[in-house]
Structure formats: C-alpha cells, structure tokens
Design a binder for this molecule. Sequence first.
Ligand code: NAP
Length: 424
Amino acid sequence: MSTYKVAIVGAGPAGYFAAQALQNLQTDDLQFSIDMIERLPTPWGLVRSGVAPDHPKIKTVSKVFEKVATAGNFRLFAGVELGTDISIEQLKEMYDAVVIATGSALGKKLGIPGEDLPGSLSAAEFVPWYNAHPDFHDIDISLDCDTAVVIGAGNVAMDVARMLALEPSELDPTDTADHAISAFKKSSIRKVVISARRGPEYAAFTSPELRELPKLEYTNVLMNQAEIAAAIERAGDDPEKDVRSNLDAMLLISEKEATHHDRTMKFQFLATPIEIKGAGKVEEVVFTTSAGEEKVIKCGLVITAIGYEADPLAGITYEKGKVLNVDGRVSENLYVVGWAKRGPSGVIGTNKSDAADVMNLLVADLKEPKPETELTSLITTNKVISQSHWQSINAAEIAAGEPHGKPRIKAVSREELLRLGGLN
Ligand code: NAP
C-alpha cells in the first residue's frame, strides 16, 4: 500500500472538495494523508465570509466540509500564511502533490475616474466586512447618505444591494457581523440602485435569487416593466432556458405594485458608469445610457461588484487573474482548483466536479511516495489552529448565538478567535 502526502492551500469550498475527491479515490492500495493550510484563523472560505447571511441554507455545505475534515486522514493548519510562515517551494519539496485553492480575493476595478474616492469600494471589501472577516472589520463604510449605487448585474451585486436595502432587524436572526448589524441600523440609506451595463437579457443574476426579491417584506423592489418587456422582445421566441427564467422572474418583479415602505431597491439597465464624482468623497455617479445620453445618480456610496481576480502568491504565474494552468496542472506536483483555476464563476457546488477532475489528474501523475517529513517542523508560527482548535471556535460561536436565536455570533479579531480556540 502507498500513502501519498498532499498539501491543499486554502480552506474554502474548492479546497474541501479537492480533499473529498482524494478521499473518494482511496483504495486498499492507495491512501492519502491530507494537510490543509489556511491563512485565516478559520476555515470554510466564502461559505463563512462570502455567502450572504440571509441565505443560511447555502451554508449548510459546511457539514460536508466537517465530514471531510474528520474522516481520519485530514489535518487543518489554519493561521498559516504561504509566503510568510512557509513557502510554496518547501511544500513542493515535502509533499507528493500541492493543490492551490486560494480563490479570487481581489475585486475587479472599473478603471474610471473617481473610483478611489472615499465612499467608493468593492464588494471584495464590503461583503467580508458584513461577514466578520478579520481583515475587513474596521474598514470605513459610509452609510450616512440616502442613496447607494451598486454596479454589476451578478449575484454578488444582488447580495450587496439586498443587504443594504433590507430592514436591518431582518438580519437579527442571522450571523451577520454585530458591527455590520449596528451600522445598518444607523444607516440613512433608503434607496439602492443596482446598475447593469447591458440589458436584462444579459444579466448574470440567477433566477432563484431574482424570485426571492418580491418576497422582501419591507423593501420595494423596482424594475421598469417597459424595459423588461423590451428585453423579452429582444430575447426572441426561443431564448436559453436560464435567460427565459430570469426574464420571467424580472417581469414578475416589474409587475408587482409598490408598497408604502420607504426602502427601495431599484434596477437600472443599459447604463455604463463613466465617472464617480465628489469633493473629497463620493457625491454622484455619471453613466452613459445606450442612447448615448449622460445620466447622473446622486449618492454617497458606490459598491462595485463586477467580478474578482486572484491575489497572487509568490512563485506562481498568473494570467488574467487566474493561476496559469492546463486543466488544473500548474507544474510538476503542483495543481490548482476552484476560482484560482477557472476564475470567479459558478456556485459552490461547481467546485465539486471541477476539483474531482483535477484530483484524477493528480493521481494519474503520482510517482513513488516521498519520505516522511513533518510540516510542523517547518512552519514559523506557533499559533497554528488545528481541526480541534477550530472545533472549539465553532462550538463557542454557535453557543454564543443560541440565546439570541442566531446560528452563531462570529468572533472577529484574530486574538478573539485564538482565545476561543484555546491558543491565547
Ligand atoms: P458575475 O456573475 O460574473 O457578474 C459580474 C457582473 O459584473 C456582470 O453583470 C458583468 O456584466 C458586470 N461587469 C463586469 N465588468 C463590468 C464593468 N467594467 N462595468 C460594469 N459592469 C461590469 O460575478 P459575481 O456577481 O461576482 O459572482 C461570481 C460568481 O459567484 C457567479 O457565478 C455567481 O453566480 C456566484 N454567486 C452565487 C450566489 C448564489 O448562488 N446565491 C451568490 C453570490 C455569487 P457583463 O455581463 O456586461 O460583463
């Protein structure tokens, strides 16, 4: 029997699905010993710091991750940063295979004047802020304005717009960061415009997300009926199934009568942002419409949700925001999975088949197992969070949430997370 050592860098969905695929590929003759390395003190990646807190069902996939983690051949090394605490070269030397699963952490930029004004930020900052990510809890978010503009027509833009437009008490029974709930409760924002550069027929929203919008109890969701009808006309008799389903969902939204609620989430299509203006902070966004006209929206907050790119790791080659790879192979004994491999697309489950395909290639490439060496002898930090430390953090967060009817209250600072894990 041969046992191969595999290091997976990044404890998000792609990393766990890669570990699961390796576990599924084990036979009496082929065994794996899996070490997962994660920069943050907590695992689960976007399931913890990306998925919108008012979508708790999506987070139940964490049960799968914990099953993988407790299967017996898996160790977690959280709080360990590649490039600082250990290098990719050291991992490649020591492990039979190394799998990069570090996702796409950086928000794409519009590249227009005024984008760096205070009050203009990326969903790559705003989303982890409301999700209690330790690196983003103290970023400056100005909610003391009447109107916010969200740029992009994907599900991240929709999450961001919904979080801003919800009645904040609706977030009380969720695991939204406490600091975000109290900021939303003080927020003056009553109007959120979600702006797409193309027509409704090209929007990247998915229809289950659109279909839940009319159910929002305290927010008017506004779409222009004539605009949706025109998109249906343009899409023709036989549009793709997803487009048809999206347009049907949008038509329902556009037909719904507005209520007396003062919170609105308004969709704008066919408007390309060309400039963000303001004296020392965001005051307006200038768009050009499909008719070539200029349109201005006065606002105090702009959030761009137009996609992501990978945050480069030292020693790895990137192209177009992704790790340069062929079907997940990067170089000898180095592989990549998830958004770092294919870019920021697909839902969490997409990573399952994607990681399984790459792990099949990894297994086909295996040679003689390398001699035993121990990762802990190389890691420079003495604050490694293991699976059992993480289980203590997890249990403490869940227990803290229970009296408040929340699934958990997330600890935010690294110090607090280490304390809950029994390391401080
Ligand atoms: P996305 O689905 O790729 O949407 C990006 C949007 O940004 C598109 O509408 C795109 O419009 C627009 N855009 C790109 N560049 C632009 C520019 N320069 N100016 C104006 N608009 C621009 O990306 P995402 O929303 O970040 O989501 C990433 C992935 O996560 C997606 O697969 C998404 O479905 C998934 N996700 C799923 C859920 C869920 O299931 N509930 C929640 C969140 C995210 P064009 O089409 O015109 O380029």
